[in-house]
Ligand binder design. Structure first.
Ligand code: RIB
Ligand code: CA
Length: 342
């Protein structure tokens, strides 16, 4: 078709290509109205750059920050840094909960560094936080939203959304879907033998979200540990040779060391970025609707997600559990989006 178009008179060619684009766009999926709740965090920053580089598909309305990988002041600074690096300073950042609902706070400075962004130098970003707390922002936004219109990506402990749901249960009405990076079933845990960090850091919050009845999708370690970096994949990102690719390369080269050593694997996962890839291209992933419960009892299974994968209990299916993913497809999509940044 393109070769044929080349032979046409320039005006005719433009009209033909314009009509083709119109037809294509007419079938494009509707834009996703998105709030990203995050605890940056090395892989969170990669996810934020990925999402902010995709304005045609994702209308990122705000970033809401939570304590998790590091303390709230640093996760909030790092979220502001990510939007600055993405050239998207119009996106507001609201700071949220500085500690979990009930348990004593834990952090992951050993993995993400003291500043929450190992591998790169941080600075005080130009633009500050938006006024008001993330919990108030979530309540006000979801209460006034069209029914089931807002998607929430949860990249850290689920404390902010849990507090909003406790305070105003009716906000469920404004939520289209909650997509969570968290949990583990087949893979085993990364902070204990059975628990994944985000769930372990606030299991009571995850229980509140699970019991709220929102449409819930989990991207657990079961899938993130199948989508690993490799020399070739890091090289394809580096070959972009722009600021974003250099940032991501420096972040990942440091961040993946811990997992590669701990698990003895040839590459590391980019956990949170899989949530963005799922939103952009769900066909890269596979899973099934299951019943999930979270164990919040003190003891060796604290923070574990118990997944009834074979439906032995015939209990209500309260989440879509993703356990398969196309690793090369993920890195190709991430690379293509990073290429759009400066
Ligand atoms: O277990 C991985 C998750 O915990 C990721 O979200 C990472 O950023 C940390 O928050
Ligand atoms: Ca995170």
């Amino acid at each position: 078709m393109y070769r044929y178009a080349q032979k046409l008179h320039p005006l005719l060619r433009s009209l033909l290509l314009l009509s083709l684009m119109t037809v294509t766009n007419a079938h494009a999926a509707p834009k996703i109205d998105l709030i990203i709740d995050t605890d940056p965090g090395a892989d969170d920053v990669v996810a934020l750059l990925f999402a902010l580089a995709s304005p045609d598909e994702l209308n990122v309305r705000a970033l809401t920050t939570v304590a998790g990988n590091v303390r709230l002041d640093k996760t909030s600074r790092n979220a502001r840094l990510a939007r600055e690096w993405a050239g998207r300073e119009e996106v507001p950042v609201y700071a949220g909960a500085s500690r979990p609902l009930m348990r004593t706070p834990i952090y992951a400075e050993d993995i993400h560094g003291k500043e929450g962004l190992s591998g790169i130098a941080v600075h005080e970003p130009r633009k500050g936080l938006a006024k008001g707390s993330a919990i108030t922002y979530l309540i006000d936004t979801l209460k006034s939203a069209e029914p089931h219109s807002i998607t929430i990506a949860m990249l850290g402990p689920q404390t902010n959304l849990a507090l909003a749901l406790i305070q105003e249960p009716g906000i469920v009405r404004g939520i289209k879907e909650v997509v969570v990076m968290g949990g583990a079933h087949f893979n085993g845990g990364n902070i204990t033998p059975v628990a994944e960090f985000n769930l372990f850091a606030d299991p009571q919050a995850a229980e509140v979200v699970l019991k709220s009845g929102v449409k819930l999708t989990y991207l657990p370690l079961d899938v993130t540990h199948k989508i690993l970096t490799s020399e070739a994949r890091l090289q394809q990102i580096a070959a972009l040779n722009n600021n974003a690719s250099r940032l991501v390369g420096d972040i990942l080269n440091e961040y993946i060391k811990g997992d590669m050593e701990h698990y003895g694997i040839p590459g590391g996962p980019v956990h949170d970025a899989t949530v963005v890839a799922y939103l952009l291209k769900p066909q890269l992933f596979s899973g099934r609707s299951v019943n999930v419960v979270v164990d919040s009892r003190e003891g060796p299974t604290f923070g574990q997600t118990i997944v009834d994968w074979y439906d032995g209990l015939n209990a209500p299916k309260n989440a879509f559990w993703v356990e398969g993913g196309d690793a090369q497809g993920f890195f190709d999509l991430l690379t293509e989006r990073l290429a759009r940044l400066k």
